[in-house]
Design a protein around this ligand. Structure first.
Ligand SMILES: Nc1ncnc2c1ncn2[C@@H]1O[C@H](COP(=O)(O)OP(=O)(O)OP(=O)(O)O)[C@@H](O)[C@H]1O
Ligand SMILES: [Mg+2]
Length: 274
């Protein structure tokens, strides 16, 4: 890797934010953004003060998934005010640049843009008191953004999302290794698109294999938070800007995300073990 992994300056906590949690994977398209949105909403339903930051500068997908497109305002101190969506303080580069505009970011620009999205923001604006958790949806891979994030601020933990396929697991292992190298605790692994449940006969088919992420979690002694099936309504919810945790929090998937949000909160509040 061409980057230096040891930050030159000591990392500081982000003012107005208690815990920062990144949602990451090695491979693209495995369901990071879907997971980030629903976990953030589940945490908010549990009464936490939650922020959601879309750190995917190349392909920000959270505005679409949440169904919002307003431009954020700035406050009297020239800090960005996050949007207020379903009790989440939300910010994405997708709200700042026109949709479909090809933005070509280079290393330094990524650093600058991400730094701005993190630090030039009044994260606590909508809440009384500091945010409990800022959930950060990472772009795929182990490129500039994850390293910039961990070099800018204290990241309290990362959640790794993987499909059960070997190739995705290999990439997930790379992402795991990267976060471990920069001393960010891996809080848990989630297997997404785990098996397909037929909406008609409810027969379950492990399309991409099954159990791979759990085995990997066991091998690495990392908590396994469970599996999310390949689900038609989950796919539609993303396209329609109506996340499952908004429309059906008491349904099967809603309960799975709620359980995962419990794990997340528990892991954050237990004394450091890694
Ligand atoms: N469990 C699931 N069942 C069905 N569809 C899903 C599931 N999880 C995610 N999807 C769909 O798969 C697509 C990719 O998901 P998503 O955007 O969350 O992945 P990502 O890891 O954030 O991708 P990227 O690496 O491009 O940021 C989306 O259309 C989403 O709705
Ligand atoms: Mg994404």
């Amino acid at each position: 890797m061409a980057h230096s992994t040891s930050p030159l300056r000591p990392r500081l906590p982000l003012p107005g934010v208690r815990f920062i949690v990144a949602i990451a994977s090695g491979k693209g398209g495995v369901g990071k953004s879907t997971t980030a949105v629903n976990l953030a909403l589940a945490l908010a339903r549990q009464g936490r003060r939650v922020g959601l930051l879309d750190a995917d500068l190349y392909g920000p997908s959270l505005p679409k998934m949440l169904g919002v497109s307003e431009k954020p305002q700035v406050n009297a101190h020239k800090k960005l005010i996050p949007l207020w969506v379903d009790n989440l303080a939300f910010l994405s580069m997708g709200l700042m640049v026109p949709e479909d505009s090809a933005v070509i970011w280079r290393g330094l620009m990524v650093q600058g843009a991400l730094q701005q999205l993190l630090k030039e923001v009044d994260w606590a604006h909508h809440h009384t008191g500091d945010l409990d958790v800022l959930v950060v949806d990472m772009p795929p891979g182990t490129g500039d953004a994850p390293l910039t994030l961990v070099q800018q601020v204290v990241v309290n933990g990362v959640v790794i999302v993987s499909t059960p396929q070997d190739i995705a697991l290999l990439d997930a292992r790379k992402a795991l290794a990267m976060f471990q190298k920069v001393s960010v605790p891996v809080l848990g692994i989630i297997e997404n698109m785990s098996h397909f449940s037929c909406p008609h006969c409810h027969h379950t088919v492990p399309l991409f294999g099954h159990g791979g992420a759990e085995k990997e979690a066991e091998r690495q002694e990392i908590p396994f938070w469970g599996a999310i099936p390949l689900d038609f309504s989950l796919r539609c919810s993303g396209d329609e800007g109506q996340p499952i945790m908004r429309t059906n929090p008491e349904g099967f998937l809603g309960k799975v995300y709620t359980q995962m949000a419990h794990h997340l909160w528990q892991q954050l509040n237990q004394p450091a073990s890694s």
